[in-house]
Design a protein around this ligand. Structure first.
Ligand code: KG4
Ligand code: ZN
Length: 420
């Protein structure tokens, strides 16, 4: 089965094409196989960096401009079966014109002119991020997916972005594009720590519930994660804290990689911060997080230690970045340990953009070894937002949304869609 994934929840326009197959009946016995046909990410970070963060209406317009050309590139070389008749093409466009042409004019116009979309490719379903994320940005991807599903007459599967980050970490790292791979096996309960620019969540995954009978495609590879959110941030997300601290240190957006680069230099040069930052909520007794106080502590440190030109010395800046990163990692690690003790989890999954952080990866690797539990980190090229994880979640997870997306009982990850 071939799935097209679409991701536009923030400032990455991403599309991916994967093929999946079930070699045995039971996913828990690790029988689900996946092959990446193509995965493309177009980052808008440079455009947003002038604003110091993601500017929603700009993200929306850029997604609208980027999606059709990116699809053209993605499908290049993929065989097409049939052609959409002129009449049904006209009918499809007409049925969406009123709504989408006014909501996403760039998208509608480029879609209307895209001759290649009339060639129906060998794609069995479309998976699109439905949230959480920036509402205007999400809708561009959703509208694009709706039009494609309508023109090609294939099912459309809405995917939770954070669940995407969970399943993305089940892919083997560094498998070359095109080769078949088995997903890493899950043992339950599994513990997921999701750390991104919008969210910080500790999630206990109790099982993967398969419901073979409800599969609309007639294949046997649909399941959904059954989980409970154990803790989450009460204010800023961890990636957001990295981005805000980067701004305080005059570093570009997105700030995480820049802060961690300075922190590494501080370590290499043995620079020690004269200021000790707080480890927020480390002894709170629950599994919640809070990062806004830590960011404020950095703000005061910058204010109190800047020279007459209003700037910190380079060494102070590096040492402060190192201390901030250490405070974040220590806090996340303490909560991860508490959650491991509480749940006796048998698999640890880390997902979200902050999982690219090298020092954090090393710390968690040590913790997992100490607890004797396998640790699944996303491979570096998919630690940030991408459509590969969305395609995979959509290929795996169908029953969740078979009846109604909102009727699934459990609170889904990331809560409602959010602006940041
Ligand atoms: O998952 P993601 O790509 O987008 C969201 O869904 O939010 O996460 C982006 C976040 C940004 O805040 C970015 O600064 C952070 O991940 N990030 C990092 C690193 N690389 C990206 N944070 C710390 N260290 C990094 N190396
Ligand atoms: Zn993300």
């Amino acid at each position: 089965m071939i799935t097209l994934g679409i991701e536009t929840s923030c400032d990455e326009t991403a599309l991916a094409l994967i093929e999946t197959r079930q070699t045995e009946i039971n996913f828990l016995e690790n029988s689900f196989e996946c092959r990446v046909i193509n995965s493309l990410v177009h980052s808008q970070a440079d455009l947003h960096s002038a604003y110091g963060g993601v500017y929603p209406s700009l993200a929306k317009r850029e997604h609208g401009k980027n999606l059709v050309p990116l699809l053209d590139k993605l499908l290049n070389g993929l065989p097409s079966q049939n052609k959409v008749s002129n009449e049904s093409w006209k009918n499809s466009l007409q049925s969406f014109q009123k709504e989408i042409a006014s909501q996403n004019p760039e998208l509608f116009e480029s879609f209307r002119q895209a001759e290649f979309i009339k060639n129906i490719p060998q794609i069995d379903r479309i998976a699109v991020t439905e949230g959480p994320g920036l509402e205007p940005a999400l809708w561009v991807g959703i509208n694009f997916a709706r039009m494609l599903a309508n023109v090609w007459q294939i099912p459309l599967i809405p995917v939770n972005h954070m669940e995407g980050h969970v399943v993305g970490s089940l892919l083997e790292s560094d498998k070359p594009m095109g080769t078949w791979q088995r997903l890493k096996p899950l043992e339950f309960p599994a513990l997921a720590l999701l750390i991104s620019g919008g969210h910080t969540e500790l999630v206990k995954i109790d099982q993967v519930k398969a419901d073979w009978t409800k599969d609309r495609m007639g294949s046997k590879d649909s399941w959904r994660l059954e989980y409970k959110i154990l803790g989450q941030t009460k204010d800023d997300a961890v990636g957001e804290a990295f981005d805000k601290v980067a701004r305080l240190l005059d570093l570009p957006y997105p700030g995480g990689p820049h802060v961690s680069r300075l922190a590494k230099e501080a370590g290499d040069e043995l620079l020690v911060s004269p200021i000790k930052l707080p480890r927020p909520m480390i002894h709170s007794g629950d599994l919640d997080f809070s990062f806004s106080g830590l960011k404020t502590a950095v703000l005061y440190t910058v204010r109190d230690n800047a020279g007459p030109d209003g700037k910190l010395t380079e060494d102070f800046k590096k040492a402060l970045a190192g201390e901030f990163e250490a405070a974040v990692i220590e806090t996340l690690n303490a909560k991860l340990r508490q959650a491991l003790e509480l749940t006796r989890a048998r698999t640890i999954i880390i997902g979200g953009g902050v999982s690219a952080n090298e020092a954090l990866r090393q710390k968690f690797t040590g913790t997992a070894a100490e607890f004797g539990v396998p640790l699944y980190l996303p491979s570096r090229h998919i630690s940030g937002d991408n459509a590969l994880m969305i395609a995979l979640a959509g290929a795996l997870d169908q029953t969740q949304h078979a009846a109604s997306p909102k009727a699934c009982g459990t609170k889904r990850l990331g809560g409602e869609t959010s602006e940041r």
